[in-house]
Design a protein around this ligand. Structure first.
Ligand SMILES: Nc1nc2c(ncn2[C@@H]2O[C@H](COP(=O)(O)OP(=O)(O)OP(=O)(O)O)[C@@H](O)[C@H]2O)c(=O)[nH]1
Ligand SMILES: [Mg+2]
Length: 489
């Protein structure tokens, strides 16, 4: 009963705000673009690159408003939301200009730009663009809103019974086996269970395994709520239907799970997610290739979960608002400069295949969905390296200090040419481990992996007359055209 009431009050509040924002929009057209992706997917680099290119102009032939010279001026505006940190564009751009990647950012942040442009009919207009950078882990938490503690426990345990998760879950499973859900509540048991469960999640996230689907997402990046009861819970092996006995361990865990939803997930939904007009989801597909087939299957599961978040109608909270709001979603494979261009179409095909079923199932009412393989900042050039009779499509770049290939460890200064491996033609082959087992990092022997995508330093950048620098990229213009083109028409 009380949760229905909360949902109702929540919906009323969201609707009221939507009406206000709709009114403001009439006078000042505004587009809120969400940029998300799991940690390290490339959000900060992507936002820095598009903001830089909008302000200073860039080589973006497929981004029609810029290519046709209709964008008169784009400039940064004061950040509008008092409670959200500003995206530190200047610092990130400086890092790139010094050939460093920006630091990892673990929070939501936001930036406002105003774009003065001439419409296709010739009148002068202004579009306000709000860009919101938020962790993909938060997005993967949204389904918890409609999940009970018992269901979440069962799902999480079932997932952890599959390899490679199972072998990473040893310590946590052993402790779980000692817990009786109906035993009296005990803070130490809860603390230990939460710690071991979090360590398990962290191990799954390791680059060797590169698992994507790891809710509750905030366990891996708790921020200032670390150690609070809302973060001190874990799944239990429940053997009977509820309700739990009063003051039992089960009741305690369930209470905290609900607290996590109301302290963490619901505010994110209300304050950020429900207000977005468009969404780009950045995906580090090449890391998943590096890790191996199970990482790809896991990624596919995560993408389906993400798409389900956008599915209108399924969520009571979302249904009223999402239908008119999110009208375009772009799934983008990032860092494709780590691959020769002959592989870009394959990455796109693989991503399209991974999302196809989920898109079919979700049946968006009117929302456009697309996929693209891009590099927001292209760190490599291409070359064909001859090895005996073979001609290998290779890439040239400066690997970041500490990266290694085989026995070689790079110093971050010298340039090398590498052949990262050919992706298979057919996307089906990749996700059918029985049909074509390919060896990822999980195979153990680093020399035996089929693909090995290296991290490169940003490229040397040349200053432009406009004050910025020329930022090389791959298909960033296509992404911009999909996300903004029609709103600047
Ligand atoms: N080669 C290449 N590497 C990239 C590109 N974009 C990002 N990277 C690499 O990926 C790393 C992570 O990029 P970020 O933009 O910081 O990723 P993020 O999603 O903001 O990560 P968090 O803030 O930690 O969540 C960078 O440090 C680079 O090493 C790209 O376009 N090309
Ligand atoms: Mg970031």
């Amino acid at each position: 009963m009380s949760s229905t009431l909360t949902a109702f009050a929540e919906e009323a509040r969201l609707t009221a705000r939507a009406v206000i924002e709709f009114g403001e929009n009439l006078f000042k057209p505004t587009l809120r673009l969400g940029v998300t992706g799991l940690s390290g997917a490339g959000k900060t680099v992507f936002i820095t690159a598009i903001v830089h290119d909008l302000i200073h102009g860039g080589r973006l032939p497929l981004f029609e408003p810029l290519a046709c010279g209709r964008i008169a001026r784009a400039q940064l505006e004061p950040q509008p939301d008092d409670a959200v940190p500003r995206f530190d564009y200047e610092q990130h751009a400086r890092a790139l200009s010094e050939r460093r990647w920006p630091d990892s950012t673990r929070q939501v942040s936001e930036l406002r730009l105003s774009i003065d442009y001439q419409s296709a009919r010739g009148s002068n207009r202004t579009l306000t663009l709000d860009i919101v950078d938020y962790p993909g882990e938060w997005l993967l938490d949204l389904p918890l809103l409609t999940t009970t503690y018992a269901d979440w426990s069962a799902q999480t345990l079932a997932l952890s019974a599959q390899q490679p998760r199972r072998k990473l879950a040893g310590a946590w499973h052993a402790h779980l086996a000692t817990l009786r859900p109906d035993a009296p509540e005990n803070e130490q048991d809860a603390l230990t269970a939460a710690r071991l469960f979090t360590e398990y999640l962290r191990a799954c996230r390791d680059t060797r395994y590169a698992m994507s689907l790891l809710p509750p997402g905030r366990f891996l990046m708790p921020g200032d709520l670390e150690g609070s009861p809302a973060f001190t819970f874990a799944p239990l092996a429940l053997t009977r239907p509820g309700p739990p006995a009063r003051r039992s361990l089960w009741a305690m865990m369930e209470r905290r799970f609900e607290a996590y939803k109301s302290v963490v997930v619901r505010p994110f939904f209300r304050d950020h997610f429900a207000r977005l007009d468009r969404q780009i989801v950045l995906i580090d597909t090449l890391s998943a290739f590096n890790a191996g087939p199970t990482a790809l299957t896991d990624l596919e599961g995560a993408l389906a979960t993400i798409l389900a978040c956008f599915r209108p109608g399924r969520w009571t909270l979302a249904s009223a608002l999402l239908r008119p709001r999110i009208d375009r979603i772009l799934f983008a494979a990032t860092k494709c400069d780590q691959l020769h261009h002959s592989g870009h179409d394959r990455v796109e095909a693989i991503l399209a295949r991974m999302t196809r079923e989920a898109i079919e199932r979700a049946k968006f009412s009117g929302a456009l969905v697309d996929v693209v393989a891009l590099a927001a900042v292209r760190a490599t050039r291409e070359a064909v390296v001859e090895r005996g009779r073979e001609r290998l499509p290779s890439i040239i770049g400066t690997p970041t200090a500490g990266e290694s290939a085989g026995q070689q460890i790079f110093d971050g200064e010298s340039e090398i040419a590498v052949f990262p491996g050919d992706l298979p033609d057919s996307a089906d082959l990749l996700s059918a481990p029985d049909a074509l087992p390919f060896r990822g990092l999980t195979a153990g022997d680093p020399l035996a992996v089929d693909y090995r995508f290296l991290r490169f330093r940003p490229p040397p950048l040349e200053p432009m007359e406009s004050g910025g620098f020329a930022l090389p990229h791959i298909r960033l213009d296509r992404a911009l055209q999909f996300l903004l083109g029609d709103r600047l028409a």
